[in-house]
Design a protein around this ligand. Structure first.
Ligand code: HEC
Length: 314
């Protein structure tokens, strides 16, 4: 009896689940879920085509220096670079004296303690220091940026999908929202009148939700004056700072590429050696292997002859 009741209770549950599946399934197809504006109007990054791209990619030291200059003169006002130390700049081709001067003249000072009073103070950066942050902490950073937090840029090209291309596209991607159309020719504000960028945010189709709290940092050609004479167009500055941020995220990228090649070449040689060893080991073995015992054709022939002699059939 208990079994039968149990069976019907179970059947009841299965029935309810089935009904719910059918009802919701029908509803899903009748009223498909609606996507928000970013689903149709978000853009994938454009190619920055940096020299460090690809398996054989290398840094262009001149470009890294230019990118560093853009960081220093534009981005450092809001973004920290807390995993990078001044001494690492030597890797970009600066001399020891130049690195010292850069640290010494850095606009933001490093927090320290006044040795006479024990009170909090600041001092000039040393070569061994990491880049000092523009804000004391996240609260101060948000307070100064309309409650948005400018993330640390040290690892940003690793932290975002398609990092360097993303940074490059984001910096050059600010456009007027009025009349903005996607690649299918649909106009954003006509399709989604409610998606107008709220005050305090800026329209940028490369940003995940289309509205970013960072005002366009690179606004005009010649915003920085490059020491190497390269023309500082907006596109060039965005590319250079993206290249620099690839370096900050992975200063040893060239080493990794070199090691990768060495490993591939080693594996190729090892494969050839393994194949030759295989041929060598089996060469004799194949020649020597033959049928013995009952399977040996000679042996069978002998047996057949003996049987015939003795007059045994089969
Ligand atoms: C006036 C301050 C300010 C300056 C100058 C500035 N940024 Fe920003 N940045 C911000 C703020 C605020 C955010 C956070 C935006 C958000 O979350 O909506 C941000 C976010 C970003 C992001 C992350 C976007 C994401 O996907 O989360 C990147 C990358 C970035 N900035 C790069 C730069 C670079 C490169 C420069 C220099 C060329 C620069 N920023 C200059 C304030 C600034």
């Amino acid at each position: 009896m208990v079994r039968i009741i149990g069976f019907f209770v179970g059947l009841g549950f299965v029935g309810v689940l089935l009904i719910s599946l059918v009802v919701n399934g029908v509803d899903y197809f009748r009223n498909p879920p609606e996507h928000a504006a970013y689903y149709y109007f978000h853009k994938d990054p454009r190619e920055a085509e940096l020299p460090s791209d690809g398996m054989a990619g290398k840094f262009d030291r001149q470009q890294l220096q230019r990118g560093f200059q853009v960081y220093k003169e534009v981005c450092a006002a809001c973004h920290s670079l807390k995993y990078v130390s001044f001494y690492q700049l030597a890797d970009l081709g600066y001399s020891e004296a130049e690195v010292k001067a850069i640290a010494n003249q850095w606009a933001i000072e490093v927090p320290s303690v006044n040795p006479d009073t024990g009170e909090a103070a600041t001092r000039k950066a040393l070569v061994s220091d990491r880049f000092p942050s523009p804000y004391a902490n996240e609260t101060a950073a948000r307070a100064a940026n309309n409650n948005a937090y400018p993330p640390d840029l040290s690892l940003i090209t690793e932290a975002r999908h398609d990092g360097a291309n993303y940074v490059y596209s984001l910096l050059t991607g600010y456009v007027d929202q009025a009349g903005y159309k996607n690649s299918e020719g649909k106009e954003l504000l006509k399709e989604f009148p409610d998606a107008a960028t709220p005050p305090g945010l800026y329209f940028n189709p490369y940003f995940a939700n289309l509205n970013i709290a960072m005002p366009a940092p690179i606004v005009s050609d010649g915003q920085v004056t490059y020491a190497d004479g390269t023309k500082a167009t907006k596109d060039q500055m965005a590319k250079d700072v993206a290249a620099f941020l690839v370096w900050t995220a992975e200063p040893t990228l060239e080493n990794r590429h070199r090691t990768g090649w060495a490993v591939i070449i080693f594996l190729l040689i090892a494969t050839v050696l393994a194949y030759l060893a295989y041929r060598n080991i089996w060469a004799n073995a194949k020649r020597e292997v033959g049928a013995h015992g009952p399977l040996d054709p000679d042996y069978r022939e002998r047996m057949d002859e003996q049987k015939a002699e003795r007059g045994i059939a089969g």
